[in-house]
Design a protein around this ligand. Sequence first.
Ligand SMILES: NC(=O)c1ccc[n+]([C@@H]2O[C@H](COP(=O)([O-])OP(=O)(O)OC[C@H]3O[C@@H](n4cnc5c(N)ncnc54)[C@H](OP(=O)(O)O)[C@@H]3O)[C@@H](O)[C@H]2O)c1
Length: 330
Amino acid sequence: MQYRNCGNSGLKLPLLSVGLWHNFGGSKGMSSESKKILFTSFDAGITHFDLANNYGPPYGSAEANFGKVMQSDFKKYRDEMIISSKAGYDMWDGPYGEWGSKKHVIASCDQSLKRMKIDYVDIFYSHRFDPNTPLEETADALESIYRSGKALYIGISSYSANKTREMIKILNSRGIKLFIHQPSYSMINRWIEKDLTKTLTKNGVGCIAFSPLAQGFLSNKYLKGIPRGTRVSENSSFSKNLITENNLKIINNLNSIAKKRNQSLSQLALAWVLNNKAVTSALIGVRTVAQLKDNLAALNNLKFTKDEIKKIDKNAKEGNINLWAPSSSY
Ligand SMILES: NC(=O)c1ccc[n+]([C@@H]2O[C@H](COP(=O)([O-])OP(=O)(O)OC[C@H]3O[C@@H](n4cnc5c(N)ncnc54)[C@H](OP(=O)(O)O)[C@@H]3O)[C@@H](O)[C@H]2O)c1
């Protein structure tokens, strides 16, 4: 594994990190394949696992299942691991179960720690921008979590460049550094290139890019239809309506470029995200150990020629697949 310093901090993150949004939930515990994914990841040097309060389904179950594995297997490696969680999306009933109020964010962090059976998370995020809560209040919550030692580093996710700058300023005035931003980013979702990456680099903030495979769309599997056992076939978080003729054309063209580099499309997609120097880590999801291994092999070829970049730029156009755009529209 190769590692990059997160922004101008001393903390290194692996080039690939693994997220537990899909495939790690369930009220009967984690599947044996998912456990194997965690162990294979860690053995390969993937030290960073990303969670959130409501990952499941049901909500909370990914953290609870991860907590069981922490107890049974990972406990002795806690100091070798970077574990993150987040609060902001809907989690429990009533007005305090979501968004950016101090009440929600602090209660949610406490619940996450209990479920994961750990004393602290390495990174705690405000999961989305809340237009109805003053940013000062969300910062209050993050500050409290940070000062109480429940999180070592503070992050935000899917905030616009503007709101990121505001948050950096508020935290700075309290003597706290914004450590990391977690935006969506892939070859067909390039919104961060407009001004967010500049803001992050200028302020020494790290960037962990989520859904670098566009939820699996940037892989070989959708080139010829919709196979079973995929997010699209299961009517999950990637709608088949997003597989437009235009998007199919894009992935087929990108696949031709990948082939010339002796890479799979997903390997090209990961290498390309990591070629953006503002990006610290690419945060992937995987359903199987085989997918994980395929993705790890992307690290064998991270270099691009100018000509390749030019060709990719010509084809890697906006696919309108960014489900998180509302949060960054403020
Ligand atoms: N901050 C936020 O708001 C936010 C939002 C979303 C995600 N995240 C974080 O980012 C993590 C990753 O998100 P994501 O799961 O959408 O990322 P992704 O890596 O873009 O997509 C993962 C999916 O792609 C497919 N896949 C992965 N490797 C493959 C391969 N080698 N060949 C073919 N298909 C492959 C699998 O789909 P199938 O299951 O269809 O096989 C897998 O479930 C999440 O777990 C979470 O931690 C954060």
